[in-house]
Write a protein that binds this ligand. Structure first.
Ligand SMILES: [Cu+2]
Length: 125
Protein backbone atom coordinates (compact mmCIF):
# COMPACT_ATOMS: atom_id res chain seq x y z
CA UNK A 1 0.00 0.00 0.00
CA UNK A 2 2.76 2.42 0.98
CA UNK A 3 4.69 1.78 -2.23
CA UNK A 4 1.57 2.48 -4.29
CA UNK A 5 1.16 5.84 -2.57
CA UNK A 6 4.79 6.69 -3.22
CA UNK A 7 4.41 5.78 -6.89
CA UNK A 8 1.37 8.04 -7.15
CA UNK A 9 3.30 10.92 -5.61
CA UNK A 10 6.18 10.48 -8.04
CA UNK A 11 3.79 10.83 -10.96
CA UNK A 12 1.92 13.79 -9.50
CA UNK A 13 4.88 15.93 -8.40
CA UNK A 14 6.42 16.84 -11.78
CA UNK A 15 3.03 18.00 -13.06
CA UNK A 16 2.53 20.17 -9.99
CA UNK A 17 5.94 21.74 -10.44
CA UNK A 18 5.23 22.58 -14.09
CA UNK A 19 2.07 24.41 -13.13
CA UNK A 20 3.77 26.39 -10.40
CA UNK A 21 6.06 28.21 -12.85
CA UNK A 22 4.89 28.22 -16.43
CA UNK A 23 7.67 28.20 -19.03
CA UNK A 24 5.88 30.86 -21.07
CA UNK A 25 3.88 33.95 -20.26
CA UNK A 26 1.30 35.15 -22.77
CA UNK A 27 1.32 38.92 -22.87
CA UNK A 28 -2.13 40.51 -22.65
CA UNK A 29 -1.35 43.28 -25.17
CA UNK A 30 1.03 42.10 -27.90
CA UNK A 31 1.28 45.44 -29.67
CA UNK A 32 2.26 47.21 -26.46
CA UNK A 33 4.97 44.68 -25.54
CA UNK A 34 8.26 46.25 -24.54
CA UNK A 35 11.78 44.97 -23.96
CA UNK A 36 13.70 42.60 -26.20
CA UNK A 37 11.29 41.43 -28.88
CA UNK A 38 11.86 39.10 -31.81
CA UNK A 39 9.19 39.80 -34.42
CA UNK A 40 7.86 37.01 -36.65
CA UNK A 41 5.59 37.98 -39.51
CA UNK A 42 2.95 35.63 -40.85
CA UNK A 43 2.12 35.73 -44.55
CA UNK A 44 1.57 33.45 -47.54
CA UNK A 45 0.63 30.52 -45.29
CA UNK A 46 3.92 30.56 -43.42
CA UNK A 47 5.87 31.93 -40.50
CA UNK A 48 8.38 34.06 -42.39
CA UNK A 49 11.10 33.55 -39.78
CA UNK A 50 10.36 29.93 -38.92
CA UNK A 51 13.19 29.66 -36.40
CA UNK A 52 14.23 32.31 -33.89
CA UNK A 53 16.77 32.04 -31.09
CA UNK A 54 16.36 34.21 -28.00
CA UNK A 55 17.50 34.34 -24.40
CA UNK A 56 15.18 33.44 -21.55
CA UNK A 57 13.13 36.42 -20.47
CA UNK A 58 12.81 37.71 -24.02
CA UNK A 59 9.62 37.95 -26.05
CA UNK A 60 8.55 36.71 -29.46
CA UNK A 61 5.74 38.57 -31.19
CA UNK A 62 3.85 37.18 -34.17
CA UNK A 63 1.90 39.49 -36.48
CA UNK A 64 -0.41 38.23 -39.18
CA UNK A 65 0.06 40.17 -42.43
CA UNK A 66 -2.09 37.94 -44.61
CA UNK A 67 -5.31 39.62 -45.72
CA UNK A 68 -8.32 37.35 -45.58
CA UNK A 69 -6.62 34.43 -43.84
CA UNK A 70 -6.57 33.93 -40.07
CA UNK A 71 -3.69 32.10 -38.39
CA UNK A 72 -2.58 31.31 -34.87
CA UNK A 73 0.39 30.11 -32.84
CA UNK A 74 -0.14 26.82 -31.05
CA UNK A 75 2.42 25.14 -28.78
CA UNK A 76 0.94 21.72 -29.27
CA UNK A 77 4.04 19.87 -28.08
CA UNK A 78 7.06 20.62 -25.93
CA UNK A 79 7.57 22.58 -22.70
CA UNK A 80 4.60 24.92 -23.14
CA UNK A 81 1.92 22.48 -24.25
CA UNK A 82 0.19 22.31 -20.86
CA UNK A 83 0.14 26.06 -20.28
CA UNK A 84 -3.29 27.67 -20.33
CA UNK A 85 -3.41 29.52 -23.63
CA UNK A 86 -0.84 27.27 -25.35
CA UNK A 87 -3.23 27.34 -28.29
CA UNK A 88 -3.28 31.01 -29.21
CA UNK A 89 -6.30 32.85 -30.59
CA UNK A 90 -6.92 33.13 -34.32
CA UNK A 91 -5.25 36.27 -35.61
CA UNK A 92 -6.83 38.27 -38.41
CA UNK A 93 -4.68 40.46 -40.63
CA UNK A 94 -3.01 43.09 -38.46
CA UNK A 95 -3.49 41.16 -35.21
CA UNK A 96 -0.53 40.22 -33.05
CA UNK A 97 0.27 37.69 -30.34
CA UNK A 98 3.23 37.88 -27.99
CA UNK A 99 4.80 35.36 -25.65
CA UNK A 100 7.57 35.81 -23.13
CA UNK A 101 9.76 32.73 -22.72
CA UNK A 102 10.93 32.08 -19.19
CA UNK A 103 12.69 28.72 -19.50
CA UNK A 104 15.40 27.51 -21.87
CA UNK A 105 14.32 24.86 -24.34
CA UNK A 106 13.01 24.27 -27.83
CA UNK A 107 9.44 25.38 -28.38
CA UNK A 108 7.98 23.97 -31.57
CA UNK A 109 4.71 25.43 -32.67
CA UNK A 110 2.18 25.21 -35.47
CA UNK A 111 -0.80 27.10 -36.80
CA UNK A 112 -3.71 24.92 -35.68
CA UNK A 113 -5.80 24.91 -38.92
CA UNK A 114 -2.74 24.74 -41.21
CA UNK A 115 -0.54 22.41 -39.19
CA UNK A 116 0.62 20.47 -42.23
CA UNK A 117 2.44 23.47 -43.71
CA UNK A 118 2.76 26.11 -41.00
CA UNK A 119 5.41 25.23 -38.44
CA UNK A 120 7.91 27.22 -36.45
CA UNK A 121 10.37 26.97 -33.62
CA UNK A 122 11.59 29.20 -30.80
CA UNK A 123 14.90 28.22 -29.27
CA UNK A 124 15.36 29.75 -25.83
CA UNK A 125 18.95 29.78 -24.58
CU1 LIG B 1 -2.48 29.29 -40.49
Amino acid sequence: MRSMLLAALCVALPLGAAQAADPIEILPDAKAATGEIADVEINSMSFLTPEVTIKSGQTVRWTNREEGMAHNVHFRQGPAKTVKGAMGPMLNAGDAYAVKFMEPGTYNYICTPHSAVMKGKVIVE
